[in-house]
Structure formats: structure tokens, C-alpha cells
Design a protein around this ligand. Sequence first.
Ligand code: ZN
Length: 387
Amino acid sequence: MSNLGARMQNSEYQPWHLEFRPQTLLEVSGHELLKRTLINSIKLGRIANGYLFCGGKGTGKTSTARIFAKSLNCLAFPKPTVEPCGKCSNCKEIEAGINLDVIEIDAASNNGVEHIRSVIETAQLTAVNSRYRIFVLDECHMLTRAAANSLLKTLEEASFKRVVFILCTTEKDKVIDTIASRCLNFDFIPIPQSEIIERLQFICNQENVEASNSALKAIAKHSQGGMRDAIQNLEELALSADKTPIESYMVLQKTGKMQNEDLMKIMDSVFSGDLRGINTLLLKSHQLITQGKQPKEILEQMLEVYRDLAQLVILIDNGEKVDPESISLLSDLNLEYLTKTAASTSWRQLELGFNAIERAFKEVSLSSNSRIWLDMLLLRLAKLGLF
Ligand SMILES: [Zn+2]
């Protein structure tokens, strides 16, 4: 039985995104500059009153906030540490979200001034069993203006010693300036694909799960820089694959994407310059829609291919060699196929095609019958291939 199967049968089972949560700042994926800044501030004992963590979902804001809290309050060390033990009562309780001195508040549902006032009252009490009293305010851009204003003083007053506010938000633009300027600001940019793949591979090794490189790449790509989404997808795929290796077609299936063979069939018909291909093209399009694929997803995948072809056409036109090691492609199609197609495609055809897809995007989003616009686009693209 796989590790996953064994653990699912006992009560200690935890979803992988929790099981494989990083335990120290150094273990957090990506965010090198941000990690270094937090590590140095812990080492130097320069802990600010307010921190603002901004970034998309799943980029590590909450995980980092918890690790930072553990680093400040771990009982195994006499002062803040960059390597919290993970075993003392504080570390364990913070991990479980039940520590009395580390309070996590969802600002989306506790956004009124009365909520923040009670937070400030609590902040004035001495910590129960810790060096710092820490408040993590998730979705802090949802605070009302009055609530945000009442928080301002707390963020700047020196009387609030050993109190740390970590404000998290997915929408930095909506955080009022006076709050942002009183906090140390940290941007959680999307985690690079290579780091996500590395983490997924690590989890596969730990869990005895087999997955092809292209499958891991497809999962990482779909997660758009969010580690949590990527790990959740991997776990779901491992369950449905049921001990068989995870392949990229399974990822495409799960994420509602077109399979590579279908995408290639469409591209072949579009670029063939052969009118007989048009029927095949429309049949394929109808088939995909019947399978539940969304026209917008289809357009997105086509756009990626056009972008890759444009890159290759420039290289080929300049007489440069296509180096598989250094070229960075967006689509999942293989380089050999793309290079062959690019060699028989003109820049002009790609440019017109790109514009037509962009226009179809708008039409598909607005129209109640997006399928017709997909057909129209395919016909337009095929017509371009005839020149
Ligand atoms: Zn500890």
C-alpha cells in the first residue's frame, strides 16, 4: 500500500498541503529576498510592530506568518530563532491555529471598528506564555475605513511593545496608504514553476507516487505560482491515478484543458492551407465543446501556441539555432512539432492569427453563444492559412 493509502486509513491523515507545509523560513519555496529580510530581522532582534504580506492565493502568506510566529515564540530557545523546534507547545499550537498568543482573524467577516477595538484591547494584555502577542489579519483590505483607522495608532505606538500585527492581503491596491506606510511591506510574487516542480517531486518521493516530468510541469503551470493549488492537485491526481504513474494527459483532463493531440489537430488544420481541413476543424471544435471544454480555455491554449510559434519564427528567420535547453515555451506541445510548424509559417500569418484570437477572446466573454465565436475564429484562422 502506498504511504498515502496507509495514512488515509488512520486518523492522523492530513491533506498534503498541510502535511508538507514548510516548518522554517528557509524551507519556504521562492521569495528569497523576503525570507532573507525576515531571517535577518529575527537574528538582529529588530521586530517591527506591523508587517504587510501582499500576494495571490497560495503564494505562502499564511504559512510564512505562522512560521514567523513560531520563530518569535518557540519555547525551545531563550529568544527568537530562525529554526523553531516544531515540537514545543507553542510551535504545535501555532501550527494548529489554537495558540492563545497568536490570534488569526479573518478580516473579511470581522471588518468593523468594534472588532478591531476588541483586538486592540487584547493586544494590551500581556502574552500568556510567549515573548510576543501576534495578530494575523487575513484579507485585511476588507476592513472598513473606520476599522483600519483605529488600527493605525496600534501600528505606530511604541507602547505596544512585543505586539506584532501581520496583515495579509490578496489585493494590495485596496489597503489604505496610511496602513501600508506603517508596516514593513512584503510582496509574495508567484512562485517560479521550477520551484513548484521541485517541491512536487519531493512530495512524490516521500509518498511513493510516480509522476512524469511533463505531468509535474503541467500541474505547476496550471497553479499559476500558487504552491497550495499545485499540491492539492497532485494529491487528487495521485488518488485518482490509483498507483499508476501520473501522466500529463491526466492533468489536462482534470484541469479542463484540451489534450495535446487535439490541439495539434486544430493547429494542423489551421496551418494546412487546405480547404478540406475545414470540416475536420469544425467537427473537432464541436467534439471538444461536447466534452465540456470551455471555448475560452481552448483559445487560451491556442494563444500559447501562437506565442511559441512567434518566438520560433523569429529565431528561424534570423538563421539561429533552436536550443531546447535555453528556449522557454508556454504551450505543452513538443519542440519538434512547434519548430516544424514554425518553419512553414510566416510572421504575418501569426500576427493576423494572434489578433483574431485576441478579438475572439472578447467576443467569447461577452456572447451568450460562445461556441459560434469559436467556430468563426477557427474559420478565420483557416482562411489566413490559405494565403
Ligand atoms: Zn518550538
